[in-house]
Design a binder for this molecule. Structure first.
Ligand SMILES: Cc1cc2nc3c(=O)[nH]c(=O)nc-3n(C[C@H](O)[C@H](O)[C@H](O)COP(=O)(O)OP(=O)(O)OC[C@H]3O[C@@H](n4cnc5c(N)ncnc54)[C@H](O)[C@@H]3O)c2cc1C
Length: 596
């Protein structure tokens, strides 16, 4: 398998050329204080070295060894502790963190590139810094000043890691029915009791302390989601001077055996009156946790792109080296026994599909990150509110569409290898296994689709959709005079019209038939994602086309040609999706339980 190399050339293209991120950063004073184009470039370069040189080489061995559990202690695979130390020494955990507590204050547009490299190099490892950064974000937004001062500096540095404890054996999607309890001690602390399952890196030996953010219910809390509070529960209690005190009464009962991301420990966590502190307000824990989850959801989408990029790198190289059969148009390399498989249209279909989703997906995650930066840092209330609306609308699309396409890409990469893709040696089968979880955790993709269709589109009566629609319409309008862009803008405008039509269709039907939303949602998210990617590919083509003629490397001309493939071969899927959505919910709801 090709060694994973951070795709720095493409990341620089997306950041600097497609989105002109340096101008965005300069327009946000709090961001401009911390980053300029040179600093950003140096960060990308260094991140690329660490991800390619330190994390990627541990990926396969980590999968083979897995984390191990012994009497409550969890040991990460060989080399992970040292690699984690490298991440700590570089301050990478706090790259996007609040500088007041030791973070580096870098914009999400830049941090997203680092996250993609880390996940592409080693997804199981990457989950630890990702969860820590998410926990820090929730604490920074909701915890008291005292808790922030006590915990955030060591979490941003990575000396302490973070974990997110929501799921219980009987409660995954429906967190309203959790049973974990928190009893007040009368001194500002609480005793937390209950069992959480599937807690990623809930226990391990890489960090000195582990800070759990735990959802639990106070005595007499209202039933359902409105009775959930969020608590900070450390593995080791922390003394007033910041040193580590006694071990808290929480323990890891076991770790799961699982399909992929085997190096990461997936823990059963038992809390036996463990001491914890409230984060945010009583009974508002779900809202506080959503700060973390929204961050993680884009992060999980980025995991999809990271795995897909790794798969593409290796499949592209293989397709150029593996020789089988002759090209349909006649021998391309007559001196050899056969031609490289790259000559075959079907192999090209697979590689171009992969390239379309990876590079278009990278642009889309950067687009969403751009709105996250504006939402967090803009001085102007109106600009911030507008960006918050965009983030709310686009987060479920980023999570579900990028992970669905991520797995599709990894499977295509495996297919390019034929039988060798099924064999361990080439790495493709691990990517397929690792990537699969991204569709499931952080809210299944089905739940993301319901969030998009129900909570975001229908509940706002299309107002949030309008924000995206206006942005896309403005792009089409501004570029309508550009002849070179016509082959891209015309199909994009048609897909956009299709998406707007079915948006109206579902909003209109939802009042009369509550099943319509759930029946449409997954297809709707797909249609939305394909159209959004069309928008990204049109932006990419607009940026690359003027530079294509003078570029001997083929980078820019390759972009324009891939855009053509996307519009010819992938965007048309929106036609069948729109048709399926219009069929409503009848055929889905007609069967009785017996008829299944
Ligand atoms: C490897 C791994 C790591 C994880 N890491 C963490 C972690 O760090 N912290 C943490 O708290 N959790 C973690 N999880 C848990 C994960 O987030 C949940 O498994 C996931 O949210 C789904 O919950 P569930 O498994 O209980 O499935 P269920 O909620 O039982 O869902 C089963 C199926 O029903 C569907 N469904 C459920 N409700 C609805 C509905 N209302 N409408 C339509 N469809 C519905 C779901 O989409 C799904 O297809 C992890 C899980 C795994 C496997």
């Amino acid at each position: 398998m090709a060694d994973y190399q951070a795709p720095l050339r493409d990341m620089r293209f997306v950041l600097n050329e497609v989105f002109d991120a340096p101008s965005l950063w300069a327009s946000l004073p709090k961001v401009a204080e911390n980053v300029d184009p040179e600093t950003a470039d140096a960060i990308l370069e260094e991140a690329g070295k660490i991800c390619g040189g330190v994390l990627a080489p541990l990926n396969r061995e980590g999968d083979e060894q897995g984390s191990s559990w012994n009497d409550g202690e969890v040991t990460a695979p060989e080399g992970f502790k040292e690699a984690y130390q490298t991440i700590v020494e570089g301050g990478w955990n706090g790259l996007g963190g609040n500088p007041e507590f030791g973070g580096m204050g870098m914009p999400k547009t830049l941090v997203a590139q680092f996250e993609e490299m880390m996940q592409g190099a080693n997804m199981a490892f990457g989950l630890a810094p990702m969860l820590t950064a998410g926990a820090c974000l929730a604490m920074d937004a909701h915890a008291s000043q005292e808790l922030k001062e006590k915990y955030l500096p060591n979490m941003y540095s990575g000396v302490w890691s973070g974990a997110m404890d929501l799921t219980e054996p009987h409660a995954g999607t429906d967190l309203g029915i959790i049973r974990t309890k928190a009893e007040p001690n009368g001194d500002g602390s609480f005793n937390v009791t209950g069992t959480k399952i599937f807690i990623t890196w809930g226990e391990h030996d890489m960090a000195e302390n582990i800070i759990h953010l735990v959802l639990a219910k106070l005595p007499d809390a209202p039933k359902g989601p409105k009775g959930i509070s969020l608590f900070l529960v450390p593995k080791f209690l922390v003394n007033d001077d910041g040193s580590l005190g006694e071990r808290n009464t929480l323990s890891c009962g076991s770790i799961e055996k699982k399909m992929g991301i085997k190096a990461s420990a997936t823990c059963v966590m038992n809390f036996d009156g463990a001491k914890g502190w409230l984060v945010g307000e009583e009974n508002k824990g779900l809202a506080a946790m959503f700060t973390m989850m929204n961050y993680e959801r884009l992060g999980v989408g980025i995991q999809g792109i990271g795995a897909a990029e790794a798969s593409l790198q290796s499949a592209r190289e293989y397709a150029m080296e593996r020789i089988q059969s002759r090209a349909p148009t006649g021998a391309q390399q007559p001196e050899k026994a056969a031609d490289p498989i790259l000559v075959h249209p079907d192999v090209r279909r697979m590689l171009l599909t992969m390239k379309s989703y990876v590079e278009g997906g990278r642009a889309f995650s950067t687009y969403v990150a751009q709105w996250l930066d504006i939402a967090k840092y803009a001085d102007d209330d109106e600009r911030r509110e507008h960006a918050e609306g965009m983030v709310a609308l686009l987060t479920p699309v980023a999570k579900a569409f990028l992970t669905d396409r991520g797995l599709e890409t990894c499977i295509a990469g495996q297919q390019v290898f034929g039988g060798h893709g099924f064999i361990r040696e080439w790495g493709q089968e691990q990517l397929v296994r690792d990537c699969r979880i991204t569709q499931i955790y952080e809210g299944t993709n089905g739940i993301q689709a319901l969030d998009l269709m129900g909570r975001k589109v229908v509940a706002s009566q299309g107002k949030l959709y309008e924000l995206f629609a206006q942005d896309l319409a403005a792009f089409i309008e501004v570029n309508s005079g550009d002849e070179a862009l016509r082959p891209f803008l015309e199909p994009l405008a048609a897909a956009f019209e299709r998406l707007s039509d079915v948006t109206d269709f579902v909003i209109n039907q939802a009042g009369d038939n509550p099943d319509v939303v759930g029946a449409a949602s997954v297809d709707y998210l797909d249609l939305f994602g394909l159209t959004a990617l069309g928008y990204m590919w049109a932006k990419i083509a607009k940026t690359a086309a003027p530079k294509a003629a003078d570029d001997a490397s083929g980078f820019y001309s390759g972009k324009v040609k891939t855009a053509r493939f996307y519009f010819d071969r992938l965007l048309p899927k929106t036609v069948s999706l729109a048709e399926a959505i219009r069929s409503g919910s009848d055929s889905m709801m007609a069967l009785t339980a017996d008829e299944f």
